[in-house]
Design a protein around this ligand. Sequence first.
Ligand SMILES: Cc1ncc(COP(=O)(O)O)c(C=O)c1O
Ligand SMILES: [Zn+2]
Length: 398
Amino acid sequence: MEYSLRCVDCSREFYEDYYYTCPECGGLLEIKIDLASVEVDFRLDGLNLKVWKYKSLLPIRSKPVSLFEGGTPLYRVNYIERDLGLKSVYVKHEGLNPSGSFKDRGMTVGVTKAIELRRSAVACASTGNTSASMAMYAGKAGLKAYVLLPAGKVALGKVAQALMHGAKVIAIKGNFDTALSLVREVSESENFYLLNSVNPFRLEGQKTIAFEIVDELGYVPDRVVLPVGNAGNISAIYKGFKELKELGLIDSIPKMCGIQAMGANPIYKAFLTRADDITPKENPETIATAIRIGNPVNAKKALNAIYNSDGVSEEVSDDEIINAQKLLAVKEGIGVEPASASSIAGLYKLVRNGVVGEDETVVCITTGNLLKDPETVIRVCGKPIEVEPDIESIKKVL
Ligand SMILES: Cc1ncc(COP(=O)(O)O)c(C=O)c1O
Ligand SMILES: [Zn+2]
């Protein structure tokens, strides 16, 4: 398979895998696969789902560093479907990946690329999940891992993962956006391979979410709804659908719907005025710490995905996020972290506003596992009731 790295701003193409951004104008790069050179060696038959089923569409030439990522379930959510009065609603639960989030799809490709480029260390800034995933795959690959986190703003489960899998974890007294700009600088000077979603190879792994949706469902849904933080995932999934369409494997692309938290909503704001870039949001704040991002690096790609698929952006409050998290857990048996629940909260709002039609088939993506953020659970559900160890005391509280 042949591919180049194409700049989304100046359209120049490059053939060196080690660029993250355009060396000419600084724009974002996208992997442009020469689809005519691809020999598709998989069938969309619903079988054997995993990231590397789709290797013929991934820009990797070596043996993958894999922990069996992908192949996540696509649940039909009957209660929510009835509650909303929609034809069919599915949840693709990315929280069931090896590290508990969709980031593993990107990391298996990104870390394999780090090995191909003969790097000995990888680095990222993270709201948590990227660091957990990167640490796991770096460990597996024998690479050093360096992580910059916004101090006090990362869910406990994620920090625990990054630490236990052996990353050097540095908490900065600043937010994610500052951490990202610092890690980009440090990676340059220290020759670390940067694994944030500005890295176009990482997004290649994440595009397999689109492949799996079509593979599992057997057709193309009308709409895909997902949380948006740094805006890599929505861009990646759109690219996946686009490639399937260009290959003639599907004949439509779902409307891509990006949901943001109200306190961290630059993409939503840009969407309202149909702008093709964002104005960064200073001091972003939300209970959904995974998407607490004010200056999403992939904003241009994401807005392009939304406009070109006839999609939308919506914003949801922290209360709406927590209500949706509880609904998924209690009524559907799906345990997700707050950021992930914003997809469901967003769908409710889009239905309420008349954006989604009742004959639509919708896939919501839940990006991370409930276990990632136990502290928020205790805050919103309270602690277990403590009683004396006797039957009377138990009966009293039943
Ligand atoms: C659980 C979860 N959901 C959503 C996102 C947002 O993804 P993206 O930054 O690609 O928009 C993240 C990113 O950290 C995440 O961890
Ligand atoms: Zn350029």
